[in-house]
Ligand binder design. Structure first.
Ligand SMILES: Cc1cc2nc3c(=O)[nH]c(=O)nc-3n(C[C@H](O)[C@H](O)[C@H](O)COP(=O)(O)OP(=O)(O)OC[C@H]3O[C@@H](n4cnc5c(N)ncnc54)[C@H](O)[C@@H]3O)c2cc1C
Length: 260
C-alpha cells in the first residue's frame, strides 16, 4: 500500500505572540512542531504499513525550515520525504496551498492520502477537502480510526455527537483527528541518519504541473483586511447563593446590563 501523508510545520501555539502594532503572528524565535493532527495521520499510516507493508511518502509545503518535521517523520518510520518549496508559492491561501499539494500528489502514486483534520495555526480545516476536490478523490473527514480489510478501508468518523463506521474503496483522502492516535516515539538511529545525510527531496513548482494561476498571493482568493487580538475579559464575580436567589440575581443582572 502506498500512502501519502501531508504534514505541516506549525508554530507551537502554546507560545504564540502577536505583534501588538501589526497584528500579525510573531514567528521569529517561536519553536515549531509537527501539526498534531498530522502526526496522528502519520501514525495511522505507519500502523497500516506495519500490518500490510508498503511505502509512506510524507509531503510538506513550506520554507527550508520545514525539513525538521520531515526528518521527524523519517525518524518515526516514513520512507520518502518531499519538501515543496518555491517563492512562487509564497502568500498562498488554503485554496492555493491545496492546489500546490494536489499538483505534487499527482506526480506520486498512492492508494490513500492522509492529511490532518486541521492545522493549529491556520485552523481552517480546508486544505484536505480542497485537495480531494482537486484530485477528484472521495474524502472522509474527522477520522478517528482507519483499517484495511478485504480490499476496503474501514473508517471510523467522529462528529460532534455521533460516530459513523464507513467502508470505502481506495484511492481516497482522509483527514485524521489527533485524538484517534497516539504517535510512536522517534527511532534514535533513524533520527541520526536523517540529520547525518538529508533524505529530503526538495521540489519546486517545476517538479509539478501546477498551473501558475492557482498558486501564490496573487492567485489566492482570500484577502486579509484586518487582524486583531481577542479583547481581554475582566474578571467575573462569584456569588455563593442558592438556586432561587441565583435565578433572581441573573434576571436582575440582565435587567441592569441590558435594560429589558
Ligand atoms: C492571503 C493569505 C496569504 C498567506 N500567505 C502565507 C505565506 O506566505 N506563508 C505561509 O506559510 N502561510 C501563508 N498563509 C497561510 C496558509 O494559507 C495556510 O497556512 C495554509 O493554506 C494551510 O491552511 P490551514 O493552516 O488552515 O490548514 P488546514 O486546512 O487547517 O490544514 C488541514 C491539513 O492540511 C494539510 N496541510 C495544510 N497546509 C499544509 C502544508 N503547507 N504542507 C503540508 N500539508 C499541509 C495538513 O495535513 C493539515 O493538517 C496565507 C494565508 C492567506 C489567507
Amino acid at each position: 500500500m502506498n500512502i501519502l501523508v501531508c504534514v505541516k510545520q506549525v508554530p507551537n501555539t502554546a507560545e504564540i505572540k502577536i505583534d501588538p502594532i501589526k497584528g500579525t503572528m510573531i514567528r521569529v524565535g517561536v519553536p515549531s512542531i509537527m501539526n498534531p493532527d498530522d502526526k496522528a495521520g502519520l501514525e495511522a499510516a505507519l500502523r497500516l504499513k506495519d500490518e500490510l507493508g508498503g511505502t509512506i511518502t510524507v509531503l510538506s509545503m513550506g520554507p527550508n525550515q520545514a525539513e525538521e518535521v520531515l526528518n521527524e517523520a523519517y525518524a518515526m518510520g516514513a520512507d520518502r520525504l518531499i519538501l515543496l518549496s518555491d517563492f512562487k508559492f509564497a502568500g498562498s491561501d488554503t485554496w492555493a496551498t491545496a492546489h500546490a499539494l494536489a499538483a505534487a500528489a499527482k506526480k506520486l502514486s498512492f492508494d490513500l492520502i492522509i492529511t490532518g483534520r486541521q492545522a493549529i495555526d491556520g485552523d481552517t480545516a480546508q486544505v484536505g477537502p480542497e485537495m480531494a476536490e482537486f484530485l477528484d478523490l472521495p474524502q472522509i473527514t474527522y477520522v478517528r480510526s482507519l483499517h484495511f480489510k478485504d480490499g476496503h478501508f474501514i473508517v471510523e468518523r467522529k462528529v460532534e455527537d455521533a460516530t459513523y463506521t464507513l467502508k470505502a474503496e481506495g484511492p481516497l483522502l482522509v483527514t485524521v483527528l489527533a485524538e484517534g492516535y497516539t504517535p510512536r516515539y522517534m527511532n534514535v538511529a533513524r533520527l541520526f541518519a536523517a540529520y547525518r545525510q538529508s533524505k529530503v527531496e526538495l521540489w519546486t513548482a517545476a517538479n509539478t504541473d501546477v498551473d501558475p494561476l492557482t498558486i501564490g498571493l496573487k492567485s489566492s482568493p482570500t484577502k486579509v483586511y484586518e487582524s486583531f487580538g481577542k479583547p481581554i475579559k475582566p474578571a467575573g464575580h462569584v456569588y455563593e447563593v442558592d438556586e432561587k436567589e441565583a435565578a433572581k440575581l441573573i434576571v436582575d443582572k440582565l435587567k441592569e446590563n441590558y435594560l429589558f
